[in-house]
Design a protein around this ligand. Structure first.
Ligand code: CA
Length: 496
């Protein structure tokens, strides 16, 4: 064991896409404090989740296993907390461990966090204001903005820890998850500014699978009165999507502040909804950025920055109007990619960028590696510590396996699996519930999509039926099935 084992500060938000961070070249916002982590360490350009949805990604991070192994395939398949996890291992090896903020892996004695000396967590999704939290099994009511509170509670735990022992702190925000409610401080950020629309905002899904056409997560048709911060519209529940009316010329909406906006065209209404959505999303991100800055300042003031691995990530990516959507779930880039920046001055040179392919199942093995603890055989991910020393193993992965299980539930996204390599992506929509919890047992159309990410980085052109890609499609299928077997998952009966 090394003389001085690093502290691990793992900062995770919910639904923060990499393309809303300035260190990833955001066109729409600035995140100076998150950028501090990347500038002082490394930015990962190909960090992917193995299932782009909240609970499953959290389970993969904690256990180092894929969801068919850890059992958390969908939202609703809560974690069995008797299984091994990285916090338990660090705790047994002398680390102080805490988890503060969002947990979202189930509630009650069978699902509360285990492996933590201390936890203080939101219940379920948790609200943006005045959360009732569960502190080591007891409910406690708090007042204030949740992003600030989670930071206050994290700093309080850090202040009171034993300075002689290393720590693992999982500091998890609810933000910027739906329904994107900013605090007073950021409520007017971006007022009077038009945020640029993404290049694929008007995607018509031509060439693509049925799954893309039927997904109920468009900015245009599926945002509701709560999302848009408007007064309820007659005939619709506040949480029901507001479709575009036929007679657009007479259509008006009234904001919660009492401002009435009238629309002359469908395009105008769609753009307005995007601005309402994206500004609130980015305001929530701005509050996260400020709070992460407070914690980084605290580490500096305590002289702990050199001995602390600081990671910032989110449980998956998110569509920021890309393909006309909000939400995640799909294996498409904006949803698949996790932002991941990491700083550890003792070992990682400032300003490093890596394009090696990393997965959420790799996080736990990597922490153990840095802590000088053997990585248990049950974990399916690999430590990326060698990669960050410039020693990427010769057999490092060139492709990754993905599976979204939650067929049709919430946003009518079909269940699918697939493979992404550095150049291509092959997706198979098996489009069945497969008996999984929180799915809708109505099959959809089974079909494939293939994208050439070099020629078509925005994934607009499905080339699966293009004869020029027939050989590539066959190779990718073989590799997909090899990866499936490697992680002990199984293919469905596939159509051609
Ligand atoms: Ca999430």
């Amino acid at each position: 064991m090394p003389a001085k084992r690093p502290n691990i500060l793992f900062i995770m938000t919910d639904d923060h896409a990499a393309h809303a961070m300035s260190c990833y070249g955001s066109r729409i916002n600035r995140t100076p404090n998150l950028d501090r982590i990347a500038e002082g360490g490394v930015r990962f350009d190909n960090c992917f989740c193995t299932n782009s949805i909240c609970e499953p990604s959290r389970a993969a991070i904690l256990t180092g296993t894929y969801n068919h192994i850890n059992g958390v395939t969908t939202i609703g398949a809560h974690i069995d907390n008797t299984q091994e996890n990285v916090a338990k291992i660090l705790q047994r090896n002398g680390y102080q461990t805490a988890l503060i903020g969002k947990w979202h892996l189930g509630q009650g004695p069978a699902h509360w966090p285990t492996g933590f000396d201390h936890y203080n967590i939101l219940q379920g999704q948790g609200p943006y204001f005045d959360p009732e939290m569960v502190r080591d099994g007891e409910k406690v009511q708090y007042r204030g903005y949740t992003t600030d509170l989670i930071t206050d509670l994290s700093l309080e735990w850090l202040e009171n820890r034993d300075p002689e022992r290393p720590f693992l702190l999982m500091y998890h925000h609810k933000a910027p998850h739906r329904p994107w409610e900013p605090d007073e401080k950021h409520a007017h950020l971006y007022d009077g500014i038009d945020i640029p629309e993404p290049a694929t905002f008007h995607d018509d899904y031509a060439t693509r699978a049925e799954a893309a056409h039927v997904a109920a997560m468009t900015v245009e048709h599926h945002m509701n009165a709560v999302d848009l911060k408007i007064r309820p519209v007659e005939g619709f529940k506040p949480t029901e999507g507001l479709p575009v009316p036929e007679d657009i010329g007479n259509y008006s909406l009234t904001t919660r502040d009492g401002e009435t906006v009238t629309f002359q065209s469908k395009a105008e209404l769609k753009s307005w909804k995007y601005q309402r959505y994206i500004k609130d999303y980015l305001r929530c991100v701005a509050a996260v950025d400020d709070n992460v800055g407070r914690v980084l300042d605290w580490l500096d003031a305590q002289g702990l920055a050199d001995d602390t691995i600081v990671i910032y990530t989110s449980d998956q990516g998110f569509f920021l109007g890309d393909h006309g959507w909000y939400d995640k779930r799909f294996m498409y880039e904006e949803s698949l990619r996790m932002p991941f920046v990491m700083r550890y001055p003792r070992e990682i040179p400032a300003g490093t960028v890596t394009g090696d392919m990393m997965l959420n199942v790799d996080f736990a093995p990597t922490w153990l590696d840095y802590a000088g603890i053997d990585i248990p055989g049950y974990m399916q991910g690999r430590s990326f510590r060698p990669n960050l020393r410039g020693e990427t193993p010769a057999d490092w992965r060139q492709g990754m396996y993905y599976r979204y299980w939650m067929h049709r539930s919430h946003h009518n996204v079909y269940a699918h699996y697939g493979i992404r390599t550095h150049r291509h992506k092959l997706i198979y929509y098996y489009a069945e519930a497969c008996g999984q919890p929180n799915t809708i047992d109505v099959p959809g159309k089974q079909e494939w999509e293939l994208f050439d990410l070099e020629k078509d980085p925005r994934e607009l052109n499905n080339v699966y039926r293009d004869p020029a890609y027939a050989a590539i499609a066959r190779e990718l299928k073989d590799e997909l099935h090899r990866l499936q077997a490697e992680v002990q998952d199984q293919p469905c009966a596939e159509v051609d």
